[in-house]
Ligand binder design. Structure first.
Ligand code: MOS
Length: 742
């Protein structure tokens, strides 16, 4: 089904099941241990692999001595680049998943030791001797920044009007630089795989967000046909972007299983995760804002620097600045330095999450400089069209002329309720009780502060397919390679099918995350919920047509409700359509150019109250509120859980998370969840989430958008602004640890 005109009224709009607060349907499986995560698949005769990571950041392996390890008890084989055979490389990773002899980053996998037990594999791994030729690398973004260049892909420079002139002539000017650190996804379930070969066919359970990408890249790396691989990931214990791409556990389990001709289980050891896998790259961001005395922004410029391996990608932290606030003279720049740290890549809301950590402090600082309330300063600089419209990026004369005509080409937003989010949030939070002068509100030994930030994340859509099956028992089964990474995909997909086919939720069975199922959007970029349910919608439209035809109805006026199909006063049981055999159909949603006619974005506002111990600098979150406007909310329970989790992650980003860089040897020092801290329940006493009423006919037939990343965007700055309001100390370097107040 092509989606190239805005959605009109359709069966989803009944909202009998969709939009209702259903608990996740796979929840009982999870709490009773029946949901098998990748590593929990146990196969007869299985073996255990233990990954050896490189001990240098850059250089070569002179030689590897495996003799001692091979002789260790229980060892069956050891896979290295030398004996693994001819390997290709997938499209998604920058560095090789099995390194050697060249080493591209610290803890790049260089061997898999396979033994009868996990303990034996681990013990033998310690006996692998490697002689390295270490080379000098570049590990310090602050230093490498001066040689950063314009990245070849990912984020064009953008210019509207004349930023430099506009900023120079502004009545009120603001110019500051912010730092965000490298961050680790640190999901609960480590990267894990179980692989087994049946002849030339590979069967693999691999904890992964994007089944199709993973399967394609595994096929390319192993140099085999894609259809020789069955990759499954029915349950995923968190991803946050760290499992978007094939990882080394999958490749090594596959290679290991081929070598020993038995199933191999590999869970990437927790201490390898920060350096072996990807991370969110650190950024340095300079923001300049020029405004009139009235508080209207006239010029806004945002420059972002980050680093990655050669041929890597930038962190696109300037993204949102092209969309969020009005202002005639604008500029964004993204610059990328070569660093020999581990590979950087997407982590929840790549771009906007670190970008707003800077921009939304800058807005708070500028509001104070202008003596304006930070909520009102944002409201007065709202815009209902994209202020940096893509057409305006080109520097050709034609578009310059159009710009001079008064921005008639400016792209409208399909929905934009930023002002409503800010106003409703202020009202509900009790923003009027904030003391604009910092450091004055006390509660015992605690200095108390309020902070606000806008939330913004673009809404992406991805083509998504599904198979819909009606059984003779009336059960509707959906099969799609969509993943559920803890987000609620099973539930919203079941709700979609139930609504479309007129059956209760219990009469829908959802099968996910198998590479033999139709290719879906997968889970990433907060595109999963809207895209994958739209794909299920498309398949169900087809199933309705097939059912109607079978039962002798006219598909266009047949009604599907209460497990019946009816038209006029004729009514038949839905299951009758399948009594001679199940009906199987398949379709996908293919998104056209609607996003080019209207900008699809999601908006929100975060409000935070903090306490800071006035003697020790210890910080506490006291309460948080998020108001989100993100299209139709498919399930208020699972959507709320997404936002609450994201807000918690935002607190981690504000106060705790930081991969500490060893700038001499080029690695992240903190290797585990003791050294890389994330918030726990006790850190977040009170959270509230409110969704504004919104449907977006341009997003899909579901009229939904994403919330999973929106919930994180802006949180860090809201916390930072609250800490400033509490203390009068402005910290521009995350995480905001207590030493920064002393
Ligand atoms: Mo998200 S960083 O696209 O999983």
């Amino acid at each position: 089904m092509k989606f190239d005109t805005p959605a009109t009224t359709n069966p989803i709009d009944q909202l009998k099941v969709v939009g209702q607060p259903h608990h996740r349907i796979e929840g009982p499986l999870k709490v009773t241990g029946q949901a098998h995560y990748a590593y929990e698949n146990n196969l007869p005769n299985q073996t255990y692999g233990y990954v050896v990571g490189a001990a240098i950041a850059k250089g070569r392996i002179n030689s590897m001595d495996l003799d001692e390890a091979r002789k260790a008890p229980g060892v069956i084989d050891i896979v290295t680049a030398e004996n693994a055979g001819d390997l290709g490389k997938g499209d998604m990773n920058t560095a090789k998943l099995l390194g050697g002899p060249e080493i591209q980053h610290y803890h790049q996998a260089i061997a898999l030791v396979i033994a009868e037990s996990f303990e034996q594999a681990r013990a033998a791994a310690n006996l692998v001797r490697v002689d390295y030729a270490e080379e000098k690398g570049s590990f310090d973004l602050e230093v490498a920044k001066s040689e950063a260049t314009k990245p070849e892909s990912g984020e064009p420079d953008s210019d509207v009007g004349d930023f430099e002139a506009g900023f120079d002539s502004a009545a009120v000017k603001f110019d500051q630089t912010y730092h965000t650190p490298d961050q680790s996804h640190s999901m609960m379930e480590p990267h894990a795989s179980v692989a087994t070969w049946e002849g030339d066919k590979l069967k693999i359970w691999h904890s992964n967000q994007m089944i199709n990408w993973g399967t394609n890249d595994l096929a390319k790396t192993l140099k085999i046909e894609r259809d020789k691989i069955q990759l499954m990931s029915p349950f995923v214990g968190g991803g946050f972007g760290g499992k978007l791409f094939l990882r080394t556990d999958a490749l090594l389990a596959a290679l290991g299983s081929r070598a020993v001709n038995r199933p191999v289980k590999v869970a990437l050891q927790r201490p390898l995760i920060p350096n072996n896998t990807t991370h969110r790259p650190a950024t340095i961001q300079r923001i300049r804002i020029g405004a009139g005395e009235d508080g209207k922004i006239t010029a806004i410029g945002h420059e972002g620097w980050s680093g990655d391996l050669e041929d890597g990608q930038p962190e696109t932290a300037v993204q949102q600045t092209r969309f969020l606030y009005a202002g005639a003279d604008r500029m964004t720049r993204t610059r990328l330095a070569v660093l020999n740290l581990p590979e950087g890549n997407a982590m929840r809301a790549p771009g906007e999450a670190p970008g707003l950590m800077a921009l939304e402090i800058a807005m708070d600082e500028m509001a104070e400089q202008l003596k304006l309330d930070p909520v009102e300063f944002r409201v007065m600089n709202d815009t209902q069209v994209v202020p940096d419209t893509p057409e305006q990026q080109t520097s050709d004369d034609d578009s310059q002329a159009k710009r001079d005509e008064g921005g008639s080409k400016a792209l409208p937003f399909s929905q934009r309720q930023l002002v409503e989010c800010l106003h409703q949030g202020a009202e509900r939070f009790g923003w009027n009780k904030r003391n604009a002068k910092p450091g004055l509100v006390r509660d015992g030994r605690w200095l108390v502060g309020f902070g606000v930030a806008a939330a913004f994340r673009n809404n992406l859509v991805m083509d998504s397919g599904a198979r819909a099956i009606l059984g003779a028992d009336g059960l509707v089964t959906i099969e799609t390679d969509m993943t559920d990474i803890g987000t609620g995909s099973y539930t919203i997909i079941a709700q979609t099918a139930a609504e479309m086919m007129g059956v209760p939720l219990e009469m829908v069975s959802v099968r996910l995350a198998d590479s033999t199922y139709p290719v879906s959007s997968g889970s990433g970029g907060q595109f999963g919920a809207n895209s994958s349910t739209a794909g299920v919608y498309a398949a169900c439209v087809k199933l309705r047509e097939a059912v109607a035809q079978k039962l002798g109805f006219n598909a266009s006026d047949a009604k599907f409700a209460d497990q019946q199909v009816s038209s006029g006063n004729r009514s038949l049981a839905l299951k009758d359509a399948a009594k001679d055999g199940e009906i199987v159909v398949e379709d996908k949603i293919e998104f056209g150019d609607l996003g080019k006619e209207k900008q699809q974005s999601t908006f929100g506002a975060h409000f935070v109250e903090v306490g800071v111990d006035r003697f020790t600098g210890e910080t506490r979150i006291r309460r948080m509120l998020a108001i989100c406007a993100a299209g139709r909310i498919l399930n208020p329970i699972t959507a709320r859980s997404q936002v609450i989790g994201a807000m918690t992650m935002g607190v981690g980003g504000a106060l705790m998370e930081e991969l500490a860089v060893d700038k001499r040897h080029g690695f992240f020092v903190n290797h585990d969840l003791a050294g890389y801290e994330v918030p726990v329940h006790a850190d977040i006493p009170h959270q509230e989430v409110i969704f504004l009423d919104e449907t977006d006919p341009n997003s899909s037939p579901m009229k939904a958008k994403g919330v999973g990343e929106l919930g994180l965007c802006g949180v860090g700055a809201a916390v930072a602004n609250a800490l400033y309001n509490a203390t009068g100390v402005r910290v521009r370097e995350y995480p905001i640890t207590l030493d920064k107040f002393l």
